[in-house]
Design a binder for this molecule. Structure first.
Ligand code: C2E
Ligand code: CA
Ligand code: CA
Ligand code: CA
Length: 284
């Protein structure tokens, strides 16, 4: 906040310096992470709500810093998008998570499970489909087991290349999920004009199902019902994100949501812990 007088101005400058310093710190952290292999993908199970079984996994970027511990993605992604390292970061995450999927496939009952990976608009270039295809070939994973998660930000690019990339991914056999559905400006129109296979209901709607205010809970239920009905009519399957409670799960089941994901089932896990859990009795 800029105030009058010398001190106020200095305060303003200090804030900018702080932001710039933090940004630089993250930037150096990303560079070092790429060099020293600190980047990893944690995997969160996605559950088929009809059978209760794990049907797939979402890969979520984590940075394991030797001093600062585990860093979550949001700051990292923003800086990586700004300084152009997102392509490299994304390639590392994709390669690691495809390798993990190949490992998970060896567990009884998981040979067909799928992998959902998040892509930033800046990764959505014409060369993406062939890069993905050759990695999948290398690890012996069928493209039909890959879900490419994008947000409206990708479709908003308003770039003919985006549609070509989506078509190419579709031709390869990958599916496309529209993430954070319902939070953008024109989710519904994108559903109409792009080849989307999966709709991910944003976790803010799911969270509101459990609020103590009955009016809010009822309205968010109505919203989810509407999204679910429209998505189904358009031939999409529906995933609810951020399922944290038994109550939310029950309502989502009543609505007829196909898949669920959230702390109620499992947090995103390092692959070793995930394999241990999947081999154990909890997921049958
Ligand atoms: P997203 O794709 O919407 O991912 C879901 C986020 O919700 C993840 O946060 C996940 O850890 C968190 N989550 C899962 N279950 C629950 C729950 O029950 N309750 C709550 N409150 N949260 C839950 P995370 O891992 O911090 O990722 C944040 C965002 O960063 C992601 O949102 C995605 O937009 C982006 N991101 C993550 N990994 C990548 C990546 O490899 N590439 C790109 N481009 N973006 C990524
Ligand atoms: Ca996602
Ligand atoms: Ca989301
Ligand atoms: Ca998000």
């Amino acid at each position: 906040r800029k105030r009058n007088g010398k001190n106020g101005t200095r305060l303003f400058d200090d804030e900018i310096v702080d932001i710039a310093r933090k940004r630089l710190e993250i930037e150096q952290c990303i560079e070092q992470a790429l060099r020293e292999d600190w980047l990893d993908a944690h995997l969160q199970p996605i559950i088929d709500l009809r059978s209760g079984r794990v049907s797939g996994f979402e890969a979520l970027l984590r940075l394991r810093h030797p001093q600062k511990g585990l860093l979550v993605p949001e700051d990292i992604i923003v800086v990586a998008e700004e300084n152009g390292s997102i392509g490299k970061v994304g390639d590392v995450i994709f390669e690691k998570s495809v390798r993990y999927l190949a490992d998970l496939s060896k567990i009884d009952g998981f040979s067909d499970s799928y992998l959902a990976v998040n892509f930033s608009p800046l990764q959505f270039d014409a060369a993406l489909p062939s890069r993905l295809a050759s990695l999948l070939l290398q690890y012996g994973v069928k493209p039909s087991r890959i879900v490419v998660e994008i947000t409206e930000a990708v479709l908003m690019l308003d770039n003919p290349a985006v549609r070509q990339v989506m078509d190419a991914l579709g031709a390869l056999g990958c599916r496309i999920a529209l993430d954070d559905f319902g939070t953008g400006y024109s989710s519904l129109s994108y559903l109409n004009s792009f080849p989307v296979d999966i709709v991910k209901v944003d976790q803010s709607f799911v969270r509101a199902l459990g609020t103590s205010a009955p009016e809010v809970a009822r309205k968010s239920r109505t919203l989810i019902e509407g999204i679910c009905m429209i998505a189904h009519q358009m031939g999409c399957t529906v995933v609810a994100e951020g399922v944290e409670t038994e109550h939310q799960l029950q309502v989502l089941n009543e609505i007829g949501i196909d898949f669920g994901q959230g702390y109620h089932f499992s947090a995103p896990l390092p692959v070793a812990s995930l394999i241990e859990r999947l081999r154990g009795p909890a997921w049958d």
